[in-house]
Design a protein around this ligand. Structure first.
Ligand SMILES: Cc1cc2nc3c(=O)[nH]c(=O)nc-3n(C[C@H](O)[C@H](O)[C@H](O)COP(=O)(O)OP(=O)(O)OC[C@H]3O[C@@H](n4cnc5c(N)ncnc54)[C@H](O)[C@@H]3O)c2cc1C
Length: 433
């Protein structure tokens, strides 16, 4: 039996500047690339036309075709990763498995299990940093503890970046070390229990000119001022190192956003409790109202607050919502409606194309005031003032809420001043109690 090594693609779906893949092909011959549609993950998705699964399937298919052109191919499985490896080691002689690290709690425990299983079968499991620029223990304060506040973290991050200058790895497709395999068929989307979506996926090309004007335009949702690269960073169809290099040449403000991404990944990796608890324990005492009727109005974009409704409708129709508006709708849900941030977080997780556990959780806890570096609870966004400042001509509102300013548009579901005072009182009592 021919000896193979495996490269296991997960959230790193590209051939260029893919750290683990680069080292696998440098260090071993006969690299068999695999991808597993993980049952644990797919089972949790409620919508059969989930755009992220369609995107994943399309990306996998295109990678398979590119590998076919070099005489290889992607072996694609549907199941539980441990079962897939158990069956693989029965059918081939495997000397090593390479992968890039994934820091989400489920992925971390899965990888510990796979590592134990492979090691007990005499197979090495080698993992690499790829999804972030700096991992959880690389940027620490003077006393060795992790940062809880963004600004000092970002300063330390930049110093470390300039010192280490992360290198960009070559394209791997031309390597001689791909296993030459018989072409296999990829499971269809339908056989995985899904169907294709009509939601368009943003391009992964980003123009320099967009980044050059990013600092001036990024806060205005009616403008095309941000990159929309979230989904590509989430699945690794682009390299964060290449993007950071580009940011360094074009926009410091954009670089800062990439640092936020590392920051929240670091926070989650060091504090896995944040997935279902407040980062700051005392905020777990807030008595949320959790009114389901109110929550549904928020989800549907029928709150009577035009900027909130525009954001929610943009999300429901496109899988995207502008960052400024994410902050406004999240503040509205948690402060105006006193609904648990975890409800909003779960709704975003279901809808966002760029859903990333760490950033979503960080964004929600920031808005609710429960997280790191939090917006103090007494700062409650005024949705009218936010709309006047960031959508001054109401173009964004008109785009998503065509009936705004007509008799068909609902009245505000709660009065702003009343809701603000209720939130302040509720938070104050909970935190002092
Ligand atoms: C309540 C809430 C929930 C959020 N949920 C997510 C999420 O699930 N996934 C996600 O990637 N971002 C999330 N964000 C952060 C941010 O809103 C999005 O990253 C951004 O809007 C995506 O659009 P873009 O790709 O055009 O970003 P750009 O502005 O072009 O930024 C480029 C990239 O930098 C990263 N980035 C930008 N802002 C942030 C930020 N504040 N925190 C972390 N990373 C950032 C993203 O990877 C983004 O794609 C959330 C923010 C809030 C307030």
């Amino acid at each position: 039996m021919q000896e193979l090594s495996i490269f296991w693609f997960r959230r790193d779906l590209r051939f260029t500047d893919n750290t683990g893949l680069y080292y696998a092909l440098q260090e071993k011959e006969n690299i068999l690339p695999i991808f597993i549609f993980d049952e644990h993950i797919l089972e949790k998705l409620n919508h059969k036309d989930d755009a992220r699964v369609s995107f994943l399937h399309r990306t996998i298919t295109s990678m398979h075709e590119q590998l076919r052109d070099v005489g290889s191919g992607l072996s694609v499985y549907h199941g539980k990763p441990k079962d897939v490896f158990a069956s693989l080691i029965k059918s081939c002689k495997i000397s090593a498995v390479y992968a890039n690290r994934d820091y989400e709690p489920y992925a971390t425990s899965r990888d510990i299990q796979i590592d134990e299983f492979l090691t007990s079968n005499g197979i090495g499991f080698y993992t690499f940093k790829d999804h972030v620029i700096f991992e959880k223990e690389e940027i620490v304060s003077g006393n060795g503890s992790f940062y809880k506040v963004f600004t000092p973290y970002s300063k330390a991050w930049k110093a470390a970046y300039h010192e280490s200058k992360p290198s960009i790895k070559d394209d791997t497709l031309k390597s001689k070390n791909w296993a030459q395999v018989e072409p296999q068929k990829i499971p269809s989307l339908e056989s995985l229990g899904f169907q294709s979506t009509k939601i368009p996926i943003p391009s992964k090309q980003v123009e320099d000119v967009l980044l050059e004007h990013y600092g001036e335009k990024r806060d205005f949702p009616a403008l095309k001022g941000t990159s929309r690269l979230g989904i590509h960073l989430r699945f690794g169809t682009i390299s964060v190192r290449q993007l950071a290099k580009k940011a360094l040449q074009t926009s410091d403000v954009f670089l800062n956003e990439l640092i936020w991404r590392d920051f929240y990944a670091m926070i989650l990796a060091n504090n896995p409790h944040v997935i279902d608890q407040a980062f700051k324990a005392k905020y777990d005492h807030i008595p949320w109202r959790n009114n389901e009727h109110d929550f549904n109005k928020w989800c549907e974009g029928k709150t009577g607050y035009p900027i909130v409704d525009a954001g929610m409708r943009e999300l429901n129709q496109t899988g995207f919502m502008h960052n400024r508006v994410r902050m406004i709708v999240a503040s509205f849900l948690t402060k105006h409606l006193l609904i648990d941030w975890r409800w909003g977080e779960a709704y975003f997780a279901e809808k966002l194309l760029d859903f990333e556990l760490a950033s979503n959780n960080g964004g929600w806890q920031w808005a609710a005031g429960t997280g790191t570096d939090a917006q103090p609870y007494f700062r409650v966004f005024n949705p009218y003032a936010q709309a006047d400042k960031f959508d001054p001509n109401k173009k964004y509102i008109q785009q998503w809420v065509p009936e705004w300013n007509t008799s068909n548009y609902p009245k505000p579901m709660v009065e702003h001043k009343f809701a603000r005072e209720r939130a302040l009182e509720t938070y104050k009592t909970a935190l002092e109690g």
